[in-house]
Design a protein around this ligand. Structure first.
Ligand code: URA
Length: 212
């Protein structure tokens, strides 16, 4: 897996406010959205385009447009939903599929409880949205799901990642020959004994949706 930690002062600034426990949910949601739009710019560097000619008021110009099939954006429910609008701002024509995964808080293993994706993802570039790459279990399952459906290019976009989770995903993907990239705003120190990223930002779903 290629890991890209986005390095930009605006990304660091917004991430710092997100980390702050005193940031309220409306501010957290707005900043997360803005941050994802900046990450989306980095994450779409490899988005496939095809040549197109347009006529300007002056002459013909060679340009590009997004190729078919359209990219697929896959937010992992629940917290990934808070990243969808920020991604759609840059990729408004992308199709959106949903994967519902929840982490069993005792085993820390991810379970799939909902799925709404095209049956055939052959030739599709997929962008998986999940704010926190903690143990990596959810991302491994999501990537496995998409690869089994035929996806041939996967980019995961996260706000934060833990080194343990990145290592786990890399180990689990050793036999997957689909290119996978991780774009994240920060690679933190470690996981604590409850599977939280340290220093992290707490429970992203709770902070987005105001659940204590
Ligand atoms: N999920 C979260 O929302 N936060 C963490 O720190 C780890 C997993």
């Amino acid at each position: 897996m290629h890991v890209h930690v986005a390095d930009h002062p605006l990304i660091s600034h917004k991430l710092t406010v997100l980390r702050d426990a005193s940031t309220d949910s409306p501010t957290f949601r707005r900043l997360a959205e803005e941050l994802v739009t900046l990450l989306a710019y980095e994450a779409t560097r490899d988005v496939r385009v095809e040549p197109v000619t347009v006529t300007t008021p002056v002459a013909q110009a060679e340009g590009v447009r997004l190729s078919s099939p359209r990219p697929l954006v896959v937010p992992i429910l629940r917290a990934g939903l808070g990243m969808l609008e920020g991604m759609q701002r840059l990729l408004p024509t992308a199709e959106v599929g949903f994967l519902g995964m929840i982490r069993n808080e005792e085993t820390l293993v991810a379970e799939t409880y909902a799925e709404r994706l095209p049956d055939d993802l052959s030739g599709r570039q997929c962008y998986v949205l999940d704010p926190m790459l903690a143990t990596g279990g959810t991302l491994v399952d999501a990537i496995d799901f998409l690869v089994r459906r035929g996806a041939d290019h996967i980019t995961a976009v996260t706000l934060l990642a833990a080194p343990e989770g990145v290592k786990h995903v890399e180990e689990q993907l050793a036999d997957v020959d689909v290119p996978v990239t991780l774009v994240t705003a920060g690679l933190d120190e470690r996981l604590d004994e409850n599977g939280y990223i340290v220093p992290g930002l707490g429970d992203a779903g709770d902070r987005l949706y105001g659940v204590a």
